[in-house]
Design a protein around this ligand. Structure first.
Ligand SMILES: Cc1ncc(COP(=O)(O)O)c(C=O)c1O
Length: 425
């Protein structure tokens, strides 16, 4: 059976087609995983995940020794992923108390954690300071005054600045432009730096910028580095995440090497030679390591053929939220091309569309559909829309299978509902 190689290249590197023409990841047939764990199910190739982490760490430190990679955990904040990233010696970015607590419970050393957020509460900052979080990224004056009210040794901080760079991406995920809600504009940042440096409550390590997500050309990353260069001399310049990925066989995206070449060359040109360069990849770290499996529930034939599966927006907000992100997919047991169909979900919105004109091979009820590149911003944006149960996550590695998140139950769906609660007068 011939399978489009550009389609296969969206799957983890261990993906093969077996003698019966069925897709395998890490030596395990995907339809077997669908039978065993039910659908939808998110399958993560642990080897691919670790390899990607090493590609970033080795690639960055080879080009600029002493630099660091932090995993932007908002892209996949589950205990097993935190553990893998910490075992690979990455720093971990968290946004808010929930991610911070999950990371700590997963065993991530507090010193390796970087706390973000444009609206950190007193509670969150208190938790972070008490836990000994390695770095807090100051987003504005309120962070400064909140930390000043807390006791403790000088807190290592970075200051998030708005570089004034319009990243070529969707408006919803652009963050580096003038008027962004994240960070301080350059003039205001200068005042904040003076204040931070004059206070014994802070250990000012450096500057942070993050210009957005799903960025598919590299020039804007270099612009952001240049934009912050004249803020002064610092030990650390954290240039955030944002590298985009291919979702569809026809997409193109920069490689990790192209991205790292760009930012390290910009750093050599504009930043102090001794400064550490930090990066925070999220999407590009986890996206391609995961495949989500669904089962076909209905096939509606007419002018167009609608193939509806047993998941949708509830387990993958990416397809509908970021208009323009369209997925690719294939039947796990018949991955060859067929006539084009509309691959839709089961939630009550027309935007619940995974792929248009998708060449599935004679889809039938019960077939398993494999949707690649689902590792980023799916787990974290899961919902119970239409009463959907949040799906399990399974790690596969060299022929072995490990359940790392189980499926939610119907009892859990109503567990927080208070029945017969009294109104207070
Ligand atoms: C501060 C910060 N760093 C890193 C990231 C990760 O971005 P991405 O997943 O696009 O790599 C984000 C997400 O938008 C972010 O807000």
């Amino acid at each position: 059976m011939t399978v489009d190689p550009t389609l296969l290249s969206l799957f983890p590197a261990s993906t093969t087609v077996d003698a019966d023409g069925a897709l395998e990841v890490a030596g395990i047939r995907l339809s077997t995983l669908a039978d065993e764990f039910g659908t939808p199910v998110q399958v993560v190739d642990e080897t691919a995940l670790r390899q990607r982490a090493r590609d970033f760490v080795d690639g960055l430190t080879r080009r600029r020794p002493g630099s660091s990679v932090a995993f932007a955990s908002k892209s996949f904040p589950c205990t097993a992923i935190y553990r893998v990233m910490a075992e690979e010696d990455l720093h971990i970015d968290v946004a808010g108390a929930g991610e911070l607590i999950t990371a700590l419970k997963a065993g991530v050393p507090a010193a390796q954690i970087v706390l973000h957020g444009n609206a950190k509460t007193d509670h969150e900052l208190g938790l972070a300071v008490d836990a000994g979080v390695g770095t807090i990224v100051i987003d504005g004056w309120d962070d400064i005054s909140r930390i000043e009210r807390l006791d403790g040794p000088p807190q290592p901080v970075l200051l998030r600045v708005i570089p004034g760079v319009d990243a070529p991406t969707m408006a919803a995920v652009a963050t580096g432009h003038h008027g962004s809600k994240f960070g301080l504009a350059l003039d205001e940042a200068r005042k904040a730096i003076d204040h931070l440096r004059s206070s014994d409550r802070f250990d000012v390590r450096g500057i942070h910028v993050h210009i957005g997500s799903q960025i598919l050309t590299v020039d804007a990353f270099a612009e952001a580095v240049e934009a912050v260069a004249d803020l002064g001399t610092f030990d650390v310049y954290d240039v955030g995440g944002g590298l985009g990925v291919r979702y569809h066989r026809t997409d193109e995206a920069p490689t990790v090497d192209e991205y790292l070449d760009t930012i390290t060359q910009a750093a050599s040109a504009h930043l102090p030679a001794a400064a550490e360069l930090w990066i925070e990849p999220g999407r590009s770290m986890v996206a391609q390591s995961a495949v989500t499996l669904y089962r076909v529930v209905t096939v509606k034939r007419g002018d167009q053929t609608f193939v509806a599966v047993d998941g949708g927006i509830a387990d993958n907000m990416e397809a509908s939220t970021y208009v323009g992100t369209r997925f690719d997919a294939v039947l796990a047991d018949r991955p060859a091309n067929g006539a084009p169909v509309e691959l839709v979900g089961r939630q009550c919105e027309s935007g619940d569309l995974f792929a248009s004109d998708l060449p599935l091979h004679a889809p039938q009820i019960g077939d398993v559909v494999a949707l690649p590149v689902t590792g980023a911003y799916t787990y974290t944006l899961l919902s119970n829309y239409n009463g959907a149960l949040r799906p399990p996550v399974v790690f596969v590695r060299d022929g072995s299978v490990k359940l790392v998140v189980r499926r939610e139950t119907y009892d859990e769906l109503t567990a927080r509902d208070v029945v017969g609660g009294l109104l207070r007068h």
